[in-house]
Design a protein around this ligand. Structure first.
Ligand SMILES: [Zn+2]
Length: 142
């Protein structure tokens, strides 16, 4: 029985196991639910460095900007030192893998729960998610 089994078949089985381990290690990473904050300034305007560090896809005004934790804390300190009372609103943040849209709060949490499942990554984040994905692909081809 054993002698009749071709060698290449055995090696193929071995490779398949290796591939599975590889996918587990590199192909499928568990997602992270990040947090960002809306900083609303009181005494100062949003400086240039904060505009550069702002989360792409979210609104920036002269007095408010979306930032990650360290930048947000620093900007709050600057505003306080200038005599203002900055407001910091922290929320969950995740980007949709399909349409690259920014998702906040409960939407980000829902996306995160989906992304934790292997098949869930393909599920759309909203009614226009698939449409946006298609138009994005077309733009790449053109
Ligand atoms: Zn989407």
């Amino acid at each position: 029985m054993f002698m009749s089994t071709p060698v290449w078949q055995r090696s193929r089985v071995w490779h398949r196991e290796e591939d599975r381990d590889f996918a587990r290690k590199i192909g499928f990473k568990l997602p992270i639910l990040k947090q960002i904050a809306l900083v609303e300034l009181d005494a100062i305007m949003v400086p240039d460095w904060a505009r550069k560090k702002a989360i792409k896809g979210l609104t920036i005004t002269n007095s408010s900007v979306w930032l990650r934790r360290i930048a947000a804390n620093f900007l709050c300190r600057l505003d306080r030192e200038a005599g203002g009372t900055p407001r910091l609103t922290v929320t969950d943040y995740r980007r949709c893998n399909n349409c690259k849209r920014v998702l906040l709060g409960p939407d980000a949490q829902a996306r995160f729960e989906l992304d934790r499942k292997y098949e869930g990554q393909r599920i759309t984040c909203g009614p226009d998610c698939a449409e946006l994905q298609k138009s994005r692909r077309k733009r790449k081809v053109a």
